[in-house]
Design a protein. Structure first.
Lengths: 477, 332
């Protein structure tokens, strides 16, 4: 009797402890919405330290951006602050990781209320990060009056501002936009008897060209169209979505996501034709490092056609600073607009299509110096800073005053801004989008690794319905 | 008030160290734990004994019990890494468990883990470790030291370094293996044979432990037995089966179960294939990582983690029971 009561007491104590522990645990799960620092915290500090984090690293991925922060932004900002009587210490935290890994890292940093003061983010992450409370509207962080006081906004077109906005609130300053085209190797084209001013007008055109390349140039992979989950968002943006808009559909329109529709099956059938018809290399789509390898192969003249954004031109095969430098880039690499499935079948009845995105910089809500971080952010997006970033090269930057000066320097970027941007489309800024995108990547992977397009589309429909909360929010048929 | 009295009576023996001897003397001596004079060998008494183990208990609580409870809690929510569910997760009850138990990807990861454990640990490391230990037994000391050093090196190098070397070895274009075989175009080993690649990788990496354990075990075989077997004219196979195995059976069991547990939870295959292509080398730990960190589904992966924890407990129980049985057998 005594013993059994003792045992009961002990058991109760254990349960009580467990409940207590899990109770505290429950309190910790999720993120408290209160900011630990007011907008004016440490605003008068004479000495402060700020850290900028980006997915770029000297001598590696996005080396240009990393070098710019380290060699231009930091010394100039520090000098600028010194002139104002303040001692600033600014550090750069570089990464050279795949975009998805970088995203996880930033999410974990922000979640734990630590990390750098300024983060570079892709525009499509803004929604889910904002919903999670990891980032906050600039108005809340530094004060609406201070945000609207910045003269730079007038130089940034609304469509570009939208890249770093969510629910009509600005979360950061964007750093420009991009457009997607088909890059091709003119040297290989010449060997196969194809024109140097190649411009396909339908998907069949691309396939026919691929067949010619295949029969004339053994050992060369004709087409690289990103597929599979290992490439992450690069599959969606440089593969599935440019094809999808070529069928006349957008991934999200009129309250519904694309499910198992004719358009989606057409897209997957195109993957099927490329990867089962021997026009593309399925291994690159499945390999964990496939995207990097595809870049290296294009630069080495082993891939003839590759769908990419102008990032590829500016940062990958760029002759002096690129990851896979092509010394003869300007002579060898040509570009063409992405055709719709058939002439006129693209969105808005277009013959040619493209997709655009863009990232920017946000302020970590946990920063100790919100005002100084905002000052640094403005400094990074000033006209001088953006021009310094370009360093003689061209890019579609966030600032119109810079673009009007620099775009004419580079025929490729001129082409993007004049011919591609008017055709382009953007991804929907919903927090659930990245998950839909993953389902889409899985569908392309299914096809590349052997499933039929119809089966892949069925499986895709099912996962999308689960993600967006019901089949009634998914278009099918 | 009989109930209260009973309660009081029951309470007293529970705190003898505090109440002291007189209080205890008033109630009949109970058997075992609750007596006033310390019955433990060290003579510590309960309070001091508790004080003695408290640091260990706190450590276990912080690093084992709390994470387990935390996992249990996360597992019943829809907690995500990003989005609304990261800020305000809802309790969804057993939905995650229901989903896990009907998720073919989860079962596939368990199956792949089984193949991985069986191929690389139970057969591979065990077998190769024994072969090394047996083969090096009679070798010259310097040969033995050198071979052991190489095997050990594979074990002690950091996983990230080793993974880098293996990726270089198995790369399709310009990988060492393809160069050695003279294959152009090379075979994309990690894409075409992902599971085989990580199995071979893990054998290479983990054989050292089995080798050392068997070396020690083999030295426990009395040389006189081996000599007798030799004089009786038994073949090498017969000697192994009838003389060596009976002596090292317990070691073999311990070794197998330990490396099974480790390999079951091993994450280093991720560094080679990241679970791909298309989940073909996605062992359960990699599946959990991909679901939680890459997919952002913290709640769901919490549920899977708990299921894995249960599987681990089961394996540990099997281990304890087998160890007890074998002790009884060899001790008896």
């Amino acid at each position: 009797m005594q013993r059994s009561i003792g045992v009961h007491t002990r058991a109760l104590a254990v349960i009580a402890a467990a409940v207590l522990v899990s109770g505290t645990a429950a309190g910790c799960l999720g993120k408290s919405s209160t900011s630990n620092n007011g907008a004016n915290a440490n605003a008068d500090a004479k000495q402060f330290t700020l850290t900028i984090a980006a997915n770029g690293i000297s001598g590696g991925k996005n080396a240009k951006g990393a070098d710019w922060v380290q060699n231009w932004v930091i010394p100039h900002f520090v000098a600028d602050q010194k002139a104002k009587g303040r001692t600033a210490t600014v550090k750069f935290q570089g990464s050279g990781a795949a975009d998805e890994d970088y995203k996880s890292k930033v999410a974990l940093d922000l979640k734990s209320g630590s990390g750098a003061d300024i983060y570079a983010l892709d525009g499509i992450w803004v929604g889910e990060f904002a919903d999670a409370g990891y980032i906050k509207p600039l108005d809340d962080l530094v004060g609406a009056d201070k945000v609207s006081a910045w003269d730079g906004w007038s130089q940034i077109p609304p469509s570009v501002q939208a890249n770093m906005s969510y629910n009509n609130k600005k979360y950061g300053i964007p750093n420009g936009t991009d457009g997607r085209v088909l890059f091709f190797n003119k040297k290989l084209f010449a060997q196969a008897g194809l024109p140097a001013d190649w411009q396909p007008t339908s998907w069949d055109d691309i396939l026919t060209t691929g067949q010619t390349l295949k029969s004339k140039l053994p050992g060369v992979t004709p087409i690289q169209l990103n597929g599979g989950t290992a490439m992450g968002e690069a599959t969606t943006m440089q593969g599935a979505l440019p094809l999808l808009v070529g069928t006349g559909q957008q991934i999200w329109a009129n309250g519904k996501w694309q499910g198992n529709t004719q358009a989606m099956r057409d897209v997957l059938t195109m993957y099927d034709k490329i990867y089962k018809g021997g026009l593309g290399d399925p291994v690159l789509q499945e390999d964990a490092k496939g995207r990097d390898e595809s870049f290296a192969e294009f630069a080495a003249g082993k891939i003839a056609i590759l769908l990419e954004s102008d990032y590829f031109w500016r940062s990958v095969i760029e002759p002096t600073q690129g990851i896979d430098k092509m010394a003869d880039r300007d002579q060898v690499v040509g570009w063409a607009k992405i055709p719709a499935m058939k002439p006129g079948s693209g969105i808005r009845g277009q013959d040619f299509v493209s997709m655009s995105g863009g990232g920017g910089n946000v302020i970590n809500p946990a920063t100790k110096y919100p005002q100084q971080a905002w000052e640094l952010l403005q400094f990074m997006n000033s006209k001088d800073a953006v021009i310094a970033y370009l360093g003689g090269a061209a890019q579609i930057t966030q600032r119109q005053d810079v673009n009007s000066q620099v775009l004419s320097r580079d025929p490729m970027l001129t082409f993007i801004s004049q011919q591609v941007l008017p055709l382009t489309a953007f991804r929907p800024g919903f927090a659930v989008y990245p998950q839909v995108s993953q389902a889409l990547q899985q569908a392309t992977l299914d096809v590349v690794s052997g499933k039929s397009p119809a089966d892949a589309a069925t499986a895709y429909q099912q996962s999308v319905a689960g993600l967006v909360g019901g089949a009634d929010k998914v278009a099918s048929g | 008030m009989p109930p209260a009295e009973t309660r009081q009576q029951a309470a007293i023996p529970a705190q003898p160290a505090v109440a002291g001897a007189p209080a205890v003397a008033a109630v009949p001596q109970s058997v075992g734990v609750g007596t006033s004079t310390p019955t433990d060998v060290a003579g510590l008494g309960r309070l001091r004994a508790v004080g003695f183990v408290a640091p260990a208990l706190v450590l276990i609580g912080v690093f084992l019990v709390f994470p387990a409870l935390w996992t249990l809690y996360i597992g019943v929510t829809n907690y995500r890494l990003t989005g609304v569910a990261a800020r305000t997760p809802d309790v969804v009850g057993l939905d995650n468990y229901r989903r896990a138990l009907s998720d073919p990807t989860f079962y596939r990861s368990l199956w792949i883990t089984l193949l991985f454990v069986f191929g690389s640990a139970v057969i591979g490391q065990n077998g190769l470790g024994f072969v090394f230990a047996w083969g090096l037994r009679g070798a010259r000391p310097w040969v033995r030291r050198l071979a052991e050093a190489f095997v050990l090196l594979a074990w002690i190098l950091p996983a990230s370094v080793v993974a880098f070397l293996w990726v270089a070895l198995l790369e399709r274009d310009g990988g060492t293996l393809n160069e050695l075989l003279g294959r152009t175009p090379g075979v994309p080993w990690l894409v075409e044979y992902p599971l085989l690649s990580i199995v071979v990788f893990n054998i290479w990496r983990g054989t050292a432990f089995s080798m050392m354990l068997y070396s020690a075990a083999l030295s426990a075989v009395p040389p006189s037995h081996l000599e007798t077997a030799r004089l009786a004219g038994s073949s090498a196979a017969q000697t192994l089966r009838d003389v060596v195995l009976p002596h090292i059976r317990r070691y073999a069991l311990t070794n197998t179960l330990l490396i099974t547990l480790w390999t079951f939870n091993d994450f280093s295959p991720y560094l080679l294939t990241a679970g791909g292509p298309n989940h073909r080398s996605e062992t359960t730990p990699v599946y959990i990582y991909n679901t939680a960190i890459v997919g952002g589904q913290m709640g769901y992966s919490g549920a899977i983690s708990l299921l894995v924890l249960l599987i681990n407990l089961l394996l540990a129980l099997v281990y304890l029971r087998a160890a007890r049985t074998s002790r009884r057998l060899s001790g008896g």
